[in-house]
Structure formats: structure tokens, C-alpha cells
Design a protein around this ligand. Structure first.
Ligand code: COA
Length: 170
């Protein structure tokens, strides 16, 4: 039997989230996380954070939305910081590097805008591959119960320094 050639990867276009993308992004997030997402401590942050559409990334293949990474303005210990999430790739399009490309794009856009850190709550084995590391001790304090090992930070500049303090509105 002859092996079937692998399906070609979709050509991905990364763009900032536009107002008209909102419903498609929300639907993708709903499919990826389900209603359980409202219980996450990250949702408590997003209740007071300021949405940063220009740094939020949508991954498109033509008219089809394949992934999203939303970004939010917050403060940690008085410093301006970006908070990342929700972050999702459509089931069936995963494991092709799209997620890593979106994270890197969001971080590049944030660095270009003068931001110094991106914080998120997520799995360290995944996010360590894209430059995130656990915030030391309880340095970044979330507004609710969380496994502190999942509070991850990526410094965007060599002299960004450490973050310390509660996450608060921007
Ligand atoms: C997490 C997610 C966005 C990654 O998207 P993706 O496009 O598949 O990511 P990439 O292609 O960049 O990376 C895939 C690799 O990461 C690994 N990986 C995926 N999720 C992982 C996790 N939670 N922990 C450890 N490794 C993980 C995959 O096994 C794969 O490994 P390989 O390269 O060795 O094969 C996607 O799996 C998803 O939408 N999951 C559901 C929503 C979710 O959990 N979002 C993150 C919440 S913080």
C-alpha cells in the first residue's frame, strides 16, 4: 500500500484582533474551554483588566479563524504588565506550531509597544518552550486561588527585572 502524502499545512496569517472578529474569537474560546473557563482565576483578572486589541493575535487561514491569543493591560506592583489569555488553537489544527507563533507574535507586539513583561496562568511544560518561566515564589499574586507554579512570566527585555505584587487594574 502506498502511503498517503500528509495534508499541506494551512498558510497562516497573523493579525491583530479587530472589533468584527469578537464573535468568532468568543466561539473558538467556547469550543476550546467550555463553560468551566469562567471559574478560572484568569477570568477574575480579565474582569478588571483593559483589553488590548492591538496586541491580541488572531490566526487566520483565509476566512477561517484557527487560533487566538488575547492580551490585556494590568499592573503588578505598580508596573505596567501584559496579561495573556485566553489562548487557543482550533481542534484539528493543533501541534503544527501555530500556538507558538501566536505567542511569539503577541510578545513581539508587546515589546514593540514598550511593554516589559507578559504574565499568564498556564502549563509550564508548554509555555517554557516559548520563553515563560514560573514567577519566583509568590511574586505575582493572583486575585484568587491558583497553583502558583502555573503563574508564568516572560520578560521582553534583558533588563526587565522581576515582578512582585498583586495583579491590579491598569
Ligand atoms: C495549548 C494550545 C493553544 C497549543 O496550540 P498548538 O498550536 O497545538 O501549539 P504548538 O503547535 O505551538 O505546540 C504543540 C506542542 O506542545 C505540546 N503541548 C500542547 N499542550 C501542552 C500542554 N498543556 N502541556 C505540555 N505540552 C503541551 C504538544 O504536545 C506539542 O508537542 P510536540 O511539538 O512535541 O509535538 C492548544 O493545544 C489548545 O488550544 N488547547 C486547548 C486550550 C488550552 O489549553 N489553552 C491554553 C490555556 S493556558
Amino acid at each position: 500500500m502506498t502511503a498517503q502524502p500528509a495534508a499541506p499545512l494551512p498558510v497562516l496569517t497573523l493579525q491583530s484582533e479587530r472589533p468584527q472578529d469578537g464573535p468568532l474569537v468568543d466561539a473558538l474560546i467556547e469550543r476550546a474551554f467550555g463553560p468551566g473557563r469562567y471559574a478560572k482565576v484568569s477570568e477574575r483578572v480579565r474582569e478588571f483588566a483593559t483589553f488590548a486589541a492591538e496586541m491580541s493575535v488572531c490566526a487566520w487561514s483565509g476566512q477561517r479563524l484557527l487560533g487566538c491569543a488575547r492580551m490585556w493591560h494590568v499592573r503588578v506592583g505598580g508596573r505596567r504588565v501584559m496579561f495573556l489569555g485566553p489562548f487557543a488553537v482550533e481542534l484539528g489544527e493543533r501541534n503544527a506550531g501555530f500556538g507558538a507563533r501566536m505567542i511569539n507574535r503577541a510578545c513581539e507586539d508587546a515589546a514593540a509597544a514598550g511593554e516589559t513583561h507578559v504574565v499568564l496562568v498556564g502549563d509550564e511544560p508548554y509555555f517554557s518552550r516559548v520563553g515563560f518561566a514560573a514567577a519566583a515564589g509568590r511574586a505575582v499574586i493572583m486575585p484568587g486561588p491558583v497553583d502558583q507554579r502555573r503563574v508564568l512570566v516572560r520578560a521582553l527585555t534583558a533588563d526587565a527585572g522581576e515582578l512582585a505584587g498583586p495583579i491590579q487594574p491598569a
